[in-house]
Design a binder for this molecule. Structure first.
Ligand code: AMP
Length: 186
């Protein structure tokens, strides 16, 4: 227990010296009250930094395993002092708190939080890959991201998000939900 507390306090200590970084996260939900799940994600992420912008919400066709409800996806831009791995832990904690049960890949879920981009960083280890390795293959990620960061250049592919969306071969359907507030669809 003391060991765990030690690691926790060390990582908090280290974090306080981190510079502010800009991260883009994709939230997705297709179980339970999807709107409430997205609200919960935003409120929880705000505790790990500052939410700068959110995309409109999109209702999106499931990819990979089609016998499940459609998702709502939203891209979130935040500034944070958390390191990429700390941010991943925070995202996983929020998913668990939202009642996510891990069953099989592409299964329905109350909440999925994927880190799409973290500054200009390229990371690849057994826990975390940034930029997200399937970002360029997924219309449901590119479309909302392009709404808030069209000119952002993918640090590995060296193409803008707008261009990646234009050339994305994913045929799955992505439908923008109506919104009165441009900051958030909810
Ligand atoms: P998922 O089922 O989509 O939530 O992904 C599960 C696994 O993906 C987790 O165990 C993470 O460690 C791993 N992972 C790797 N790269 C990322 C990323 N950029 N964002 C979120 N999860 C990631």
């Amino acid at each position: 227990m003391a060991h765990i507390l030690y690691h926790y306090s060390v990582s908090c200590f280290l974090s306080s010296f981190n510079a502010m970084s800009r991260a883009f996260i994709l939230a997705g939900t297709n179980l339970g009250n999807r709107e409430e799940n997205l609200k919960f994600a935003l409120e929880s992420l705000a505790q790990g930094g500052t939410i700068v912008r959110t995309s409109p919400c999109y209702e999106t066709e499931p990819v990979g395993f089609s016998e499940q409800p459609w998702f709502i996806n939203q891209a979130i831009e935040m500034e944070t002092k958390l390191t990429p791995h700390e941010l991943l832990s925070v995202c996983q904690g929020i998913e668990a708190a939202c009642g996510r049960v891990r069953s099989f890949p592409n299964a329905p879920r109350t909440l999925d939080l994927d880190i799409l981009l973290y500054g200009d960083m390229a990371i690849g280890d057994d826990k975390l890959v940034i930029p997200h390795p399937r970002l360029q293959e997924r219309r449901f990620a590119l479309e909302p991201l392009a709404q808030i960061a069209p000119d952002l250049v993918h640090p590995v592919l060296h193409k803008s998000i707008r261009l990646l969306l234009e050339i994305c071969p994913d045929p799955s359907r992505v439908c923008r939900l109506p919104t009165s507030d441009p900051q958030c669809c909810l």
